[in-house]
Design a protein around this ligand. Structure first.
Ligand code: ADP
Ligand code: MG
Length: 405
């Protein structure tokens, strides 16, 4: 795309969110390339992004847009360090901090205040608060032992040639009950494959997945996995493709309740769904509508409501906010943090975003090319990383020293 843009020897390049979908190491490469080309060819660039880290790294000047208007313009140093406009101020303060851990993510209050989810004061009368009949597990809730996954693809031209890819190799870690465990690594490092192995979407080539002491990999009959499936739920990266577009929100959220036969009457199921919709901060008239009528952040709330419908014990969040901008990201991450506090949920939190990992997780595992190269306490990863690859990832993280404290 960059080559194409340069073909006609332009004077100005417009780069519209050029690295939004990329992980930090690829992002760093692309940004460096763009900067180099602009310098060498004396080309100007207008970079459009919602990522303050990218702005801090690349731009000389910044203009801030809000509801169709330019509200502020100035040097990057001024805009990020000492913004005038209240919208810019709240936008800058909502950036996840890589340099310290805060209790909650600051919201972009200037616009989003009205949409803060309504937290229920008394969770004991609520579907989610009802006693969950799980025996506390002895030892870790989840335990992975030397998990391996190999994909076999055929070479399309030489039909007989098989290509093997070890997407996950000898991955072992434990997650304690109530803990938030982070998994970080660049795209293709095998994070989502680990999640799919845990939930049984993929069958491991070798190794074990133990949940609450039971070896799930030894279970042969699919229906014998159902009770465990109820206890673990997943939230995906892409809120646009993970919801069935032909179902109304009511049915999307009710489906797992029906499947696991957690309530009998239609009335009871609807009451539960209403509770869940309230809890994730959506309006009740959402129930009759279809997914395409919602924004990315709202869809992610629907996914969360659906994931909570079975009153799970363990939640896997696979890049839950990578497709969202910072203001919406802050809301969704705060919601997940609140759920974790209120319900004592155990979580596997997958992200390629280090600042987000730092805010969310107690411990973290770093993946590279299918292997786990370091497992450590989150604070330790940021202050004293041991593995060379962890150090490398931290160095690539956009620097925020221009942000106001
Ligand atoms: P991540 O989530 O860290 O970005 P993934 O777990 O999605 O990484 O992928 C790890 C590797 O496995 C990648 O090289 C990817 O292309 C490959 N892979 C994932 N799923 C499949 C599949 N179903 N068939 C073949 N290769 C796959
Ligand atoms: Mg992934």
């Amino acid at each position: 795309m960059i080559a194409l843009a340069l073909c006609a020897e332009p004077d100005v390049i417009i780069a519209d969110e050029p690295t939004t979908a990329l992980d930090v190491s690829i992002q760093a490469q692309i940004l460096e390339l763009l900067q180099k080309l602009c310098r060498e060819k004396q080309v100007g660039m207008m970079l459009i992004t919602h990522d303050m880290g990218v702005i801090a790294e690349v731009c000389d000047r910044v203009a801030v847009m809000y509801r169709g208007k330019l509200v502020e313009e100035g040097s990057t140093k001024k805009i990020l360090g000492d913004p005038d406009h209240p919208y810019t101020r709240s936008l800058v303060s909502a950036v996840p901090r890589p340099d310290k851990r805060l209790h909650r993510f600051p919201l972009v209050t200037y616009i989003e205040e009205a949409q803060e989810p309504q937290r229920l004061l008394d969770i004991s009368t609520h579907w989610l608060g009802k006693s969950r009949s799980y025996e506390k597990s002895h030892g870790p809730l989840l335990s992975l032992e030397k998990l391996c996954m190999r994909f076999v693809t055929k070479n399309a031209i030489l039909k007989r040639n098989r290509i093997y890819l070890d997407a996950v190799k000898d991955v072992s870690f434990d997650i304690e009950e109530g803990e938030v465990f982070g998994l970080v690594g660049e795209s293709g490092s095998g994070k989502s494959t680990v999640a799919r192995l845990i939930t049984g979407l993929y069958k491991a080539v070798s190794g074990r997945v133990k949940f609450s002491g039971t070896d799930l990999t030894a279970i042969k009959k699919a229906t014998d996995l159902d009770p465990f499936r109820r206890q673990m739920q997943m939230i995906f990266q892409d809120p646009f493709s993970s919801l069935n577009g032909r179902m109304r929100v009511l049915d999307i959220v009710a489906e797992p309740i029906r499947f696991h036969q957690l309530a009998d009457s239609k009335k009871e199921i609807e009451q539960i769904v209403r509770d869940l919709i309230d809890h994730v901060g959506l309006d009740r008239n959402a129930l009759k509508r279809y997914p395409h009528e919602f924004s990315g952040g709202q869809r992610q709330r629907i996914s969360i409501a659906r994931a909570l419908a079975t009153r799970p014990r363990f939640l896997i969040c696979d890049e839950p906010t990578s497709a969202l901008d910072v203001s919406i990201q802050a809301q969704i991450l705060n919601l997940l943090k609140d759920l974790q506090d209120d319900l004592g949920l155990t979580m596997l939190f997958i992200s390629h975003d280090l600042p987000v990992i730092r805010q969310m997780c107690d411990r973290v595992g770093v993946m590279k090319s299918g292997r786990l190269c370091e497992v450590t306490e989150t604070e330790k990863l940021f202050t004293a990383p041991e593995h060379d690859y962890s150090k490398h990832l931290l160095e690539l993280m956009p620097k925020f020293d221009m942000l106001s404290p």
